[in-house]
Design a protein around this ligand. Structure first.
Ligand SMILES: *[C@@H]1O[C@H](CO)[C@@H](O)[C@H](O)[C@H]1NC(C)=O
Ligand SMILES: *[C@@H]1O[C@H](CO)[C@@H](O)[C@H](O)[C@H]1NC(C)=O
Ligand SMILES: *[C@@H]1O[C@H](CO)[C@@H](O)[C@H](O)[C@H]1NC(C)=O
Ligand SMILES: *[C@@H]1O[C@H](CO)[C@@H](O)[C@H](O)[C@H]1NC(C)=O
Length: 391
């Protein structure tokens, strides 16, 4: 270190050539000034680069960490486990290696539903004349769906029961991803529910996703009871409290991130074991696993907002659900025009944060899909769909 070299050279000079008493006294204030300068520079450095993420620095020596990496006392660095070392190298290489190139890139629409999909006819209209640019996968956790569109025939994957809040929800998402990854042409993976609808034309959605260099995973810090309040200390040390995040389940991820989700066992296991509904601390695995995973391993690689709109502003246990009478051109226009994403935290103040949706340095409309819509909205939606999306 530069600072300590300066110091040592100085002290050697002092002992090598003991100065006369009066000169020593004259030099003393200079030493105090040098010492003070070092302390002040260190303090400014520590203030500018607070040692917030030294455990992350230890694994992923990022450029953010380098300015203070060398000065941190070694005792603050914990020795990583075998599993953490293995996970870190796999994820590091996954994030930097080239992906197989597809000549015919497709979007995988992955439906997570208990049974039949009420909006098949709307999706059919949306997908019209787009053969070869999409694929459909259905995870039906309760009973086999009855289809109203041939596009959805035989698209069910082997499915299992899903229990609300449990890791079985995450398992269903992973099952959909694994099945969709089998097709090398699938480049973007969109998770949808039975109550989701598209807000734009296929072309618009295709271009929006394929041109983005991030995955759309909602991830935010909620300091309240339904956010960090759901953190379990058993997740330590792999997952620290300050890294715990919340977000809506409905993601759209790149192929690289879909594979990363397949590769992760370290963080997944922590959620499987400790994040579940419990008295006083209702940890919901699907609301925290991916937001936290990406916040730890690739925070700059996700948008931090979901492209699926949902309205939580009523402050109830369930989001606003639209009925047939709510479906107007003005409503759909409204949902497509948000270019800021709102998060309402669960702290006492119910803190609202509004973040602009920025892609490639430009503020963009945030949403491509929306929920929740009751099945009785179908006819109104079918009527409005073409007129709305051509606008
Ligand atoms: C789908 O088809 C079934 C049987 O053909 C019919 O009863 C049902 O109403 C249809 N559902 C929709 C949403 O069109
Ligand atoms: C998402 O949030 C993380 C952590 O808060 C931040 O580091 C990252 O830069 C954000 N991503 C984008 C694309 O802004
Ligand atoms: C959409 O409508 C809501 C409620 O009427 C309103 O608060 C909001 O500002 C509108 N948003 C946009 C982007 O038009
Ligand atoms: C995405 O593109 C933007 C602008 O071109 C760039 O600043 C950013 O680093 C890129 N992000 C990733 C994860 O490649």
């Amino acid at each position: 270190m530069k600072a300590s070299r300066v110091w040592r050279r100085g002290s050697k000079d002092m002992t090598a050539m003991p100065p006369p008493r009066h000169r020593g006294a004259a030099k003393k204030p200079m030493w105090i000034i040098v010492l003070l300068s070092i302390v002040i520079v260190s303090l400014i450095g520590a203030y500018v680069y607070p040692p917030r993420r030294y455990s992350a620095c230890y694994f992923f020596a990022s450029s953010v960490c380098t300015p203070f990496k060398d000065w941190l006392p070694a005792v603050t660095l914990r020795e990583p486990t075998d599993e953490e070392i293995a996970s870190a190298v796999v994820i590091r290489d996954l994030l930097s290696m080239p992906m197989p190139v597809s000549k015919n890139p497709k979007i995988a629409f992955m439906f997570l539903t208990p049974d039949s999909l009420p909006f098949e006819r709307l999706w059919e209209k949306f997908l019209q004349d787009q053969e070869g640019r999409y694929s459909i996968y259905i995870h039906a956790s309760r009973e086999k769906p009855v289809h109203n569109s041939s596009l959805f025939l035989n698209r069910e994957i082997r499915s299992e029961k899903v229990v609300w809040g449990r890791v079985s929800m995450v398992d269903a998402e992973k099952r959909l991803l694994a099945n969709a990854l089998q097709d090398i042409d699938n480049q973007f993976f969109v998770l949808l529910s039975d109550s989701c609808i598209p807000l734009h034309t296929f072309d618009h959605i295709y271009n929006y996703l394929m041109r983005a260099n991030v995955s759309f995973v909602d991830s935010y810090l909620d300091p309240g009871v339904h956010g960090t309040g759901r953190y379990f200390i058993e997740m330590f040390p792999e997952i620290e409290r300050r890294d715990f995040r919340k977000g809506h389940q409905w993601f759209a991820v790149t192929r690289r991130h879909a594979i990363l989700i397949m590769a992760d066992t370290l963080y997944y296991r922590k959620f499987k074991l400790y994040c579940k509904p419990a008295v006083g601390r209702n940890c919901i695995a699907d609301e925290h696993y991916l937001p936290t995973l990406f916040n730890i391993v690739d925070p700059g690689g996700i948008s931090n907002w979901s492209v699926t709109h949902v309205d939580w502003s009523e402050g109830k246990w369930h989001p606003r659900s639209y009925r047939a009478a709510d479906i107007t051109y003005a409503l759909l226009k409204n949902l497509t025009s948000f270019n800021e994403n709102v998060h309402i935290a669960s702290d006492d103040a119910k803190t609202v944060t509004s973040t602009p949706c920025i892609l490639d340095g430009t503020k963009r409309p945030c949403f491509l899909f929306a929920r929740k819509f009751y099945p009785d909205t179908l006819n109104n939606l079918l009527e409005l769909f073409s007129s709305d999306t051509s606008a």
